[in-house]
Design a protein around this ligand. Structure first.
Ligand SMILES: Cc1ncc(COP(=O)(O)O)c(C=O)c1O
Length: 495
């Protein structure tokens, strides 16, 4: 039962002694999922806080935050689960009943180092006692200045200048404004299926779902949304055809619709995120770079989801051997604290003009202190390399499951940004969002958090933390295989 009078529960400041094995709870379906994992029963997967240690509640009086939220929290937000979360430790997220879930959702690729990472937590604590207020408009503070320098070190020349903002959408807004102001051109090109955020400018270049656009028109004018080379979904698996067709669409645009000298920027995710975890083929990105160079168009890489080692390289564009003009960062940048950034050459931001853009909260010192700890941990822990190695294991494991179950139509994506697309059958390739939903629900019941993406949410997205272990990859694969196996096969196609 929800208890409105219960005081707010606060996270303890020291890591808690928290794990012991406990039986799966009565709400967890024990049918096809239970006891089928190789070498381990499903019940072993559950860990829970002891009653004494439990931060917010015990299993008997678990806070139902969904019920509490119903009265006053906005109903506009979409969410994958109606579960109530208490706290996170390492790679486990705990619900208010004390159950632990292997967290491969990470707040949608945000907590890339898992929960309460000691280095990040220590950096936050230290900064909280020193200075919390943003000082960007009245001078300088150490964390943003140092983080800008540390970030710049991770980029190839000439990308050396950083502006901090607060969210992915704000980074996109800033990139679009920088492109328009510095080129004096109005038009923007983006790609179908792209998700760039929900503010007006960002929504204008987004096309991963009509829900982000419907009812908000008129959106930003002079945005041209061209086909993205989604190799499996739109081009039958033919990468060459995808590349050729989508580059031709660019050429057609400037041949008969939009004069190229009026285009400020082309904006692209190196791997389509929300739109279905579909990597842009390297030859396409190289062709896009060449097209932009030919016409004086700025190339903006939206690395909000792909950045910080997620794809097995520090930045997703590195896979194609190109250098964008502007890069947008957010999500993993501060392992959960709100922070985002754009990075470009100094020359480009000099041309923006003093006072042409700004942000009250952008570059908050606590968030930037966390960001410094994130970068240091990624570097010292060799986590980009870990993402590549664990990503290969994950992809190979999904390939083995795919060999046994033809409802997986495709497994794709670099590093730890892997999509497994579910279809009614391989021949029709009809997307199967219903089965995906059912599988994700069963995974959660069995203690694994996975999310979906794709226009019909038919793609299971795998975004484990960058420091995930081989054992955790295996654990996730086993739960997923059991969950998929337990969902009855559909026969009819989705309406
Ligand atoms: C690629 C990409 N760009 C932009 C955004 C928008 O970020 P935010 O939700 O922080 O505004 C997202 C968020 O999921 C994203 O995945």
């Amino acid at each position: 039962m929800a208890d409105l009078d219960r005081p707010l529960s606060l996270a303890p400041s020291t890591p808690r002694r928290h794990l012991y094995s406990a039986p799966i709870d009565s709400r967890t379906p024990g049918d096809a999922v239970a006891g089928t994992a190789k070498g381990r029963s499903t019940t072993d997967r559950w860990t829970t806080t002891s009653t004494k240690d439990a931060m917010t509640s015990t299993q008997d009086d678990a806070l139902d935050l969904a019920e509490l939220a119903r009265s006053h929290l906005t109903p506009v937000l979409g969410r994958y689960f109606e579960r109530s979360w208490s706290h996170g430790v390492g790679h486990r997220l705990f619900d208010t009943a004390g159950r632990a879930y292997l967290d491969f959702a990470n707040g949608i690729a945000v907590s890339a180092l898992g929960h309460a990472h000691p280095a990040v937590t220590a950096a936050i604590h230290a900064q909280v006692d020193r200075l919390t207020v943003p000082t960007m408009a009245i001078g300088y503070s150490e964390p943003p200045v140092r983080l800008a320098a540390a970030l710049a070190e991770t980029f190839p020349a000439p990308l050396d200048t950083v502006m901090f903002l607060n969210s992915g959408s704000e980074a996109i807004e800033a990139a679009l404004k920088l492109a328009r102001r510095s080129t004096g051109r109005p038009a923007i090109v983006s790609f179908r299926g792209g998700f760039h955020g929900r503010t007006f400018g960002a929504a204008s270049v987004t096309s991963s779902s009509l829900n982000y656009r419907r009812g908000y028109e008129p959106l930003l004018p002079q945005v041209h949304i061209l086909p993205f080379p989604a190799v499996y979904r739109d081009f039958g698996g033919d990468e060459d055809r995808a590349t050729a067709t989508c580059l031709q669409a660019l050429r057609d645009l400037v041949a008969s619709v939009v004069p190229p000298e009026t285009i400020a920027a082309a904006l692209i995710e190196p791997v389509l995120g929300e739109g279905g975890y579909s990597p842009a083929p390297a030859p396409f990105l190289r062709g896009l770079r060449a097209f932009c160079d030919e016409h004086g168009i700025l190339l903006i890489a939206d690395e909000v989801q792909t950045g910080f080692g997620r794809t097995g390289r520090m930045w997703g564009f590195e896979h194609a051997g190109i250098v964008p003009d502007i890069v947008c960062l957010a999500k993993a940048i501060a392992n959960g604290l709100p922070l985002s950034a754009i990075v470009s050459s100094r020359d480009l931001q000099n041309r923006w003009g003093r006072g042409a853009h700004g942000s009250t909260f952008g570059g908050n010192p606590v968030a930037c202190a966390a960001g410094l700890a994130v970068l240091q941990t990624i570097r010292e822990g060799r986590l980009v390399e870990n993402a590549a190695a664990r990503g290969s294991e994950l992809t190979a494991g999904l390939g083995r499951i795919m060999a046994e179950d033809d409802r997986i139509g495709d497994v794709r994506g670099p590093g730890l940004m892997v999509g497994a697309e579910l279809v009614i059958d391989r021949e029709s390739r009809a997307p199967d969002g219903d089965t995906t939903d059912a599988v994700l629900a069963r995974c959660a019941d069995a203690g694994l958090l996975l999310l979906s993406c794709g226009v019909q949410h038919q793609v299971v997205r795998w975004i484990p933390p960058l420091d995930v272990t081989p054992a955790e990859v295996l654990e996730g694969l086993e739960i997923f295989a059991d969950a998929l196996g337990s969902v009855p096969r559909r026969t009819e196609t989705r309406a």
